[in-house]
Structure formats: C-alpha cells, structure tokens
Design a protein around this ligand. Structure first.
Ligand code: GLA
Length: 402
C-alpha cells in the first residue's frame, strides 16, 4: 500500500473503533476512476475505456454475532458525518430497497444497497450469514465525476463477498454495485464505473465491452511517453439521480426503438442518415454522439496499441466536442477547462464522466503540466468561476483486501 492508502485504511480502522467500540478484523479498498474515452456508451451496450486512479475508499469491517448491518462514515459529502451509524437488519433490506429507500440517509444507501443486492445475487438467506459493522474512509474526491460512489460500492462488495464466502466473479460484483446505484440510490447509471473500480490495473486502462462485459487490459504507457493525466475538477456538483442523465438515457432508448434494435451498440454511422428521417433533431444528435463515441473508443484502443498515447489527442478533443454539441452534457466550466488545457499545449482534453459538472481531463507532456495548471486557473478567474482543483492521476489497481 502507498503511504496515503495506509493513512486512509488507518482512518477507517480508527473510525470503526470510535463508532463501534471494537477493532475491525480487516480492511478492503476500491479506487475511483477516470474515463479516458467512451461517455454515455455503457448503458447503450457499447464500449468504454476507463482506468482506476490512485484515490481509494477503504472500508474496515468486523462480523457481528447477530444478523444486522451497521455502516458509519466520516468522509466529506456525508452530511451525517457526526451522526450515529445507520443500522438495519439484513432481512429488512429487501423491504427497504427500492420502495422505502428514502428512509435511509443518502450516503448509506450505497453500502446498504450493495449488501441487499449481494444477498439477492447470491441467493443468500439473510439469516444464514453473520451481520457486519462497516466504517468507511476515503480520499476519492466527492462529486468530481471520479466515481466516489462506485468506489464505495466496489469496496463494500469485495469486503462482504469475502466475509460471507460469496463466490461471484468481478463482473457479477460490478452488477451488484450497479443494482445498488440504480435501485437503492435511484441513479439510472451503467456498469462502467463499477467495472473500472473492480478490474483496474496499474499503468493500464480497461477496454470494456458493456454488452458482454468482456474486459481487455490496454497498456497506457503515459509515463514512458513522458505524459501526465491532469484532472481539472470544476467544483460544479452534479447528481445522476435527477434530471439530465436520465433524460439522455431515455433519448438513446427512443433512438434504438426507432431503428428497431435492442441498443445503440447495434447502430453504425451508416445508419445515421436513415435515423434522421425517423426522429426529431435532438434525439438524432443524442444518438449521433453515442454512435460516434463508440467508434472513437475503438479508434483510441487501436491508436494506443499501434502508436502510443501521444497520438490519441484528437480523439479526446472530438469526444468533448460531441458531448458539448450533440449530447449537450457539458457546462461552461468544463468547456473552459478543456479550452485552457489545449491552449496551454495539452495533447488532448475532454470532460470525463456523466457530465453536468465534475471534472475534465487533459493529457499533458510532463513539462507542460504547470502551464496547463496556470492556464486553467487563470481562465476560471477571468470567467468569474470559483478556482478549480487540479491534480494528476495514475492508472492504479482495482478493488482488493488491503
Ligand atoms: C456516470 C455513470 C456511468 C456512465 C457515465 C457516462 O459515470 O455512472 O455508468 O454512464 O456517467 O459515461
């Protein structure tokens, strides 16, 4: 573990001791992610290319003698940080989710939702497994579009699976996390973030086919090429449980239905002229983003393999333009971050994640990182935006026992 991991795992153990009055028996952790390219393609059965980052959520756990679950957190974003742990009987979870999820504080829906979905996925009788106490600590930035939620889900999933002796593979655990997010939290998201957090590898991205869940490891080679991946967190908060994300998803489903295919994965650029005759302009542009973005993921994977990371810049820039103009999920702060990074010499830049806020990423030569940082900071100030938070990320390993 890195020094930061040791510290955050220690914080989870300390919180466990403070809230539950005993020692945890183990800690597990899972990373946040950056998506290099492939946005809003996952729920269309398409392709994505995310990588896990060095920021992780750690969970300290101990089994209980009964069949109850208690969860405690101290990390930012949880309004209840000083409140008592949230508690439920394992056998009650199926009545809470999804129907009565509003009774649970929002952050606690993630770990309790994973417990519920895992029990169901593995067909476990809640009376046959030990209850658990869980305490979380994290250094994944919350609300930055770096999947702090998937990090909680994946950490909880691997911790509970091991504790309960559940033999499910990583793709099945990712589905458990997605179900928690969809039904316990109420955000209609895809499978990318959970797969990235569970399957991440050092120095590599995960090329994921979201229909088959087949995952290939793709070497990134940023360090060897003298590149850094810079995150520019705009500080603009977003929620995928409300509004725009679900509307985009609905538009994609309309497009697929108009063409008579199960998902937009089955649509090629050659089908677009026909689609233009069948749907309104907004739906057409939503579909065009997804169809061209799938192609950009395939092109990025090929380019990385054949030419290396310095050659993918134009694909990143085209992806951003498609999200800004066709999918309309960017915000002025994200556009400003991308433009500033490119004008300061970034190889490529784009918003990452679901949009409506969060972070942009820029692929930058090591000796241009300070120039990109300065340019983004100055551009935000000139536009009257609050200062962005800027840092570099490293492709890192996925969820595991610490
Ligand atoms: C969010 C969702 C993912 C994916 C992205 C957009 O991160 O959780 O499933 O849809 O948005 O690519």
């Amino acid at each position: 573990m890195t020094a930061t991991d040791t510290r955050t795992a220690g914080a989870a153990r300390a919180l466990f001791r403070e809230r539950f009055g005993t020692e945890a028996t183990g800690t597990w952790s899972a990373p946040g992610r950056v998506n290099l390219i492939g946005e809003h393609t996952d729920y269309n059965d398409g392709f994505v290319l995310p990588f896990a980052i060095q920021h992780r959520t750690h969970v300290a756990l101990a089994p209980r003698a009964d069949h109850r679950i208690r969860v405690a957190t101290g990390f930012p974003g949880a309004a209840e940080s000083d409140a008592a742990p949230v508690e439920a009987g394992l056998a009650e979870l199926h009545a809470l989710f999804p129907a009565r999820r509003d009774e649970i504080p929002e952050w606690a829906r993630y770990p309790l939702g994973v417990a519920w979905a895992l029990l169901e996925a593995a067909a476990i009788d809640p009376g046959s497994v030990a209850g658990v106490d869980l305490a979380f600590a994290s250094d994944v930035p919350v609300g930055a579009g770096l999947s702090s939620s998937a990090a909680i889900e994946a950490a909880t999933a691997v911790a509970l699976a091991e504790t309960w002796g559940v033999d499910l593979d990583r793709a099945a655990l990712a589905r458990v996390g997605r179900r928690a997010e969809n039904e316990a939290v109420g955000a209609p998201t895809g499978i990318m973030d959970q797969m990235a957090s569970l399957r991440g590898r050092a120095d590599a991205a995960i090329f994921l086919d979201c229909r088959s869940l087949e995952a290939q490891v793709v070497d990134l080679g940023f360090a060897a090429a003298g590149l850094e991946l810079v995150v520019i967190d705009t500080g603009v908060k977003h929620s995928h449980a409300t509004g725009g994300y679900g509307e985009r998803r609905a538009a994609c489903e309309r497009g697929a239905a108009a063409l008579g295919v199960p998902a937009l994965r089955d649509v090629t650029p050659d089908d677009l002229p026909r689609l233009a005759q069948l749907v309104d302009d907004v739906t057409f542009r939503r579909v065009r983003h997804v169809v061209t973005e799938d192609q950009r993921v395939l092109d990025t994977v090929r380019t990385l393999r054949e030419q290396g990371p310095t050659a993918i810049g134009d694909l990143l820039v085209a992806s951003h333009a498609s999200m800004r103009d066709d999918f309309e999920i960017s915000v002025p702060e994200l556009d400003t971050a991308v433009d500033a990074a490119l004008s300061a010499g970034a190889v490529g830049a784009r918003m990452t994640g679901g949009g409506f806020g969060g972070a942009a990423i820029a692929l930058v030569a090591r000796d241009r990182v300070d120039a990109v940082r300065d340019a983004a900071t100055a551009a935000f100030a000139a536009s009257g935006f609050a200062a962005p938070t800027i840092f570099t990320v490293t492709p890192s390993a996925g969820a595991a026992r610490d």
